[in-house]
Design a binder for this molecule. Structure first.
Ligand SMILES: *Cc1c(COP(=O)(O)O)cnc(C)c1O
Length: 542
């Protein structure tokens, strides 16, 4: 193990423009440099020591074959002509090497358990450990989706109770629990809208109107579900232009998809008027409720005339997310859309919970459009969300909304003298504050502020989104941050913004202290290198 290359230790030389504090290892004290696993692992080594598989007894043969020929025989018997003929080429590591590799990589990640994560619209808030404790109870965690209904009444009670809370908090008629993420919930909602229109013989309604202030998943969902998507412009104040929307309504319009609070962090005050106009014109109203944490306990979407809305349990109700999941996006429905909602759903009959898997004539879901998933949805997320709801209670949930809005406004008012805040004059924001790159000197942009924040130890905010604000910086502090943490973030954010405004060139090459320096993100997005290729011999010999 003294071989330098094999253990992945390579001396680093400072790159051009970098301070000459390079170390032999590339490590910087506790910040450990880590190569790719392909660079440190060898295809010739392995961390496990299994006996070769033994051959099955041959009918009429001599029973177990000798060990040496066992491998060959068993492959022939069990894999037929699918036996692998070439080496797979995966790098092997010993157990301690493998543990260190992944632990080192994990330390290069930013995480909500390390610090504030101000990504706009993502609601990266603290996930209480109590939720985790409950989700790990074996009766929930080890449940097989095909367990007989009688043997998992407790799990169905969790689903049923959570469904009750969601319907109550939103003032809606029913809920589909199975969608597995926000965007999946959007698809569920618009499929129900399609089914309801088709049932009325309104196949000609093919257009979904999506305001500019909507989340990017909204037009993507509408297009995926076969609708054609038309933009509705935003007003100067960052809201849906009601007159433009009314003017576009007609017999070809299936409905609207509105994000509320919208992606400028603003409440749509015309929501009821929008719903009334859309209904009068024969359409349905979809609301993107991913940002429900801003209004939970304060506003009931059902009172605003909404027909379908998804709720991101992994945002509002604090189940862990990021890194690709898992999510959970239940969809609440109005009375008009309920017959078309997907199956299955859990119903209480007397003391017993039953799983309704077929359409039932006359009952709700009579004309269900089908299923979103094979089974019931994300049980682990349901358990966490219900734990969160019960531990907060109704008053605690209202405080969630109040604190999320208070925290965002604290950031808005603490930054508006340094950064342009395009909607600050039109009143308070909701759960997130938005800034623009107006006022930064020539050659400096939003990206420089974001990268500067990395050196300060913060994950950057959402940048260049929403598109209605030039060089947008969208900051969602969430309700779980203390004033002390917010003050520290504001200090860093102000410092970085002031350096950018002052033309500090060092910020144009930030981050300086991160494991990787500034990357060519356009190239990485346009031409991603997804397959590892062995370096050429000449390079390897360097
Ligand atoms: C996060 C988010 C979504 C998408 O949710 P996923 O669970 O990531 O699919 C949709 N709309 C808004 C406003 C969001 O913030």
């Amino acid at each position: 193990m003294s071989n330098i290359n094999q253990s992945g230790w390579r001396p680093t030389t400072p790159q051009a423009g970098e301070a000459s504090d390079g170390t032999f290892t590339g490590n910087r004290a506790l910040m450990l440099e880590e190569p790719l696993i392909f660079e440190i692992g060898s295809t010739e080594t392995t961390g496990v020591d299994f006996d070769p598989p033994r051959a099955p007894a041959k009918a009429g043969g001599q029973g177990e074959s000798a060990r040496g020929s066992g491998l060959l025989l068993s492959q022939e018997h069990r894999l037929g002509n699918l036996t692998r003929e070439k080496k797979i080429g995966l790098p092997g590591l010993s157990e301690p090497e493998a543990v260190r590799h992944y632990t080192r990589l994990s330390r290069q990640n930013y995480a909500i358990d390390l610090g504030l994560f101000p990504l706009g619209s993502c609601t990266m808030k603290h996930n209480p450990r109590l939720n985790e404790r409950m989700a790990r109870l074996p009766g929930f965690a080890d449940l097989h989706p095909l367990t007989p209904v009688d043997a998992c009444q407790g799990a169905f009670e969790v689903i049923h109770q959570l469904a009750h809370w969601l319907v109550t908090l939103t003032g809606m008629h029913s809920v589909a629990m199975s969608p597995k993420a926000g965007a999946h919930g959007e698809l569920c909602g618009v499929l129900a809208i399609r089914a309801a229109l088709d049932a009325k013989g309104e196949q000609a309604r093919k257009v979904l109107l999506v305001p500019e202030s909507a989340h990017g998943t909204n037009p993507a969902t509408a297009a995926f579900a076969g609708f054609s998507v038309e933009d509705i412009p935003a007003t100067e104040a960052g809201r849906v232009n009601l007159e433009a929307l009314k003017a576009r309504l007609g017999p070809d319009v299936a409905g609207v998809m509105i994000t509320n609070p919208n992606t400028c962090g603003l409440f749509e005050p015309d929501m009821k008027a929008i719903s009334d106009a859309v209904h009068a014109a024969g359409g349905f109203v979809y609301c993107d409720g991913a940002n429900f944490n801003a209004i939970v306990g304060r506003v009931r979407p059902g009172d605003l005339g909404i027909d379908a809305m998804h709720i991101n349990l992994h945002k509002t109700f604090s189940t862990p997310h990021g890194g690709g999941g898992p999510g959970s996006g239940p969809v609440v429905f109005s009375e008009a859309l309920t017959p078309y909602a997907p199956l299955p759903f859990v119903e209480k009959q007397g003391d017993h919970f039953v799983l309704v898997e077929e359409e039932t004539a006359g009952e709700h879901h009579a004309s269900s459009f089908g299923r979103m998933v094979a089974f019931h949805g994300q049980m682990g997320m349901f358990t966490r969300a219900l734990t969160y709801i019960l531990s907060h209670g109704a008053d605690g949930l209202r405080q969630v909304a109040e604190d999320s809005v208070l925290n965002a406004n604290y950031i808005l008012r603490s930054m508006e003298d340094v950064l342009d805040a395009p909607f600050a004059k039109s009143g308070p924001c909701m759960h997130e504050a938005i800034f623009s790159d107006k006022g930064l000197p020539e050659g400096f942009s939003t990206i420089d502020v974001a990268k500067g924040l990395i050196d300060e130890g913060f994950h950057p905010m959402t940048v260049y989104f929403p598109l209605v604000v030039h060089g947008a910086m969208l900051v969602e502090p969430t309700e779980t941050e203390s004033k002390a943490t917010l003050d520290q973030f504001i200090g860093a954010f102000r410092s970085v913004a002031e350096r950018a405004k002052g033309g500090d060139l060092a910020i144009k090459t930030a981050p300086h202290f991160a494991p990787r320096r500034r990357l060519d993100e356009t190239l990485a997005a346009r031409k991603p290198v997804l397959v590892y290729k062995e370096p050429q011999r000449a390079e390897a010999a360097e």
